[in-house]
Design a protein around this ligand. Sequence first.
Ligand code: TYD
Ligand code: MG
Length: 455
Amino acid sequence: MAKRTITFVCQACGAVYTRWQGKCDSCGEWNTIAEETSAAAAAPAAQRPGRKGRLVALESLAGGSRDAPRTASGINELDRVTGGGFVRGSVILIGGDPGIGKSTLLIQAAAAMAGRGDGVVYISGEEATGQVRLRAERLGLSAAKVALAAETNVEDILATLSEGPPPKLAVIDSIQTMWTDAVESAPGTVAQVRGSAQALIRYAKRSGAAVILVGHVTKDGQIAGPRVVEHMVDAVLSFEGEGGHHFRILRALKNRFGPTDEIGVFEMTGRGLAEVANPSELFLSERDLGSPGTAVFAGMEGTRPLLVEIQALVAPTSLGTPRRAVVGWDSNRLAMVLAVLEAHCGVKLGGFDVYLNVAGGLRINEPAADLAAAAALVSSLAGAPLPADAVYFGEVSLSGAVRPVAHAAARIKEAAKLGFKRAVCPEGGRDLGEPALATSPVGALAGLVADIAAA
Ligand code: TYD
Ligand code: MG
């Protein structure tokens, strides 16, 4: 027996209220709370006896893991992020700004899979099939055996999909345009998005098809509306890029079946997205050599080494409280490095604005970037360029010591491959082996600061 209940739901974060109010207490947004009607199950639990399920022994499933039921997309940079391909019956949410290239990436992946004989369905709720075809033509994929449909009603989509054998992959572009008969609100509302996602997830688990949901992102970078959907799906990927740059980064924010620290790098070209097999070359391609305040950081993204330039500007301030602005790195880490420079290295920055930028729109999460950031800051303050053939990595502790970081050998090897001659790195790293290039170990940040100032 279903009873209609009226609730008030924030369209930005999904928080539920019993009364309308102007501001959402949960996410702080104004005017996002809307009335929704839902059919809630009113029957007390005792009235309906539970249906017996089937329990299976974990060990009886053991053989399955050997050939993990994955289908590779054939696009290496995408497979690296998913952890080797799409898992049977799993659901992936892929978010990103409008126009970043989500539809392009997915039609390319769909075509690549179809090209190897896997059944692929691409359902567009935003474009007519003719428009999807036009895009495919532009990408040189018009002969691909991808089944297209322009649909927005989930029941219709499920009916279409259940004709014939289930596809290996179904792409739903986008979840915000979908609506289900089970929910009585407008498409795009949290209730509709949640209801549609639930139905599509049930379909994936039942049929074994992998389902990809495309999600739009709001101005502050959240996947619009359905934070709840992020918890329901198996993996959440985010497709990012900087305005003005043509490369794009695919990143896993959540992944039940694979790593979350791998990134995939693409370049948007006139003929779709091209894979970038060696991102370091790309990120260093716009380096301006010989100017103070830049250091090359030898970083790691998952299992792959990645070289990127860190730029710093230290300039006298005219403000009472100097500015600290950082793009692509953690502002707390910057504050810490500045404090260590002040306390242990005699670098006084109280009268200076400090700006730090990771070139190319990359976002770094590693503490190993501390040393490169410190080198760039000191170089800018001293007006002394760092050697152009050196890379930097190492974690700085609050005591001013430089600590070893993981994968030192891989970082150094990548730097050698790109023609660097010297690595400024922590003392006593264990996994160096026979380093591929000259190393200048530093034990304390103060030592490095003295070197730069003397140069
Ligand atoms: P699209 O995949 O439609 O983005 P999304 O689905 O994330 O909204 O990408 C659209 C943008 O990509 C558009 O600005 C044009 C550009 N683009 C290219 O530069 N080259 C191409 O081959 C294609 C298909 C698109
Ligand atoms: Mg699109």
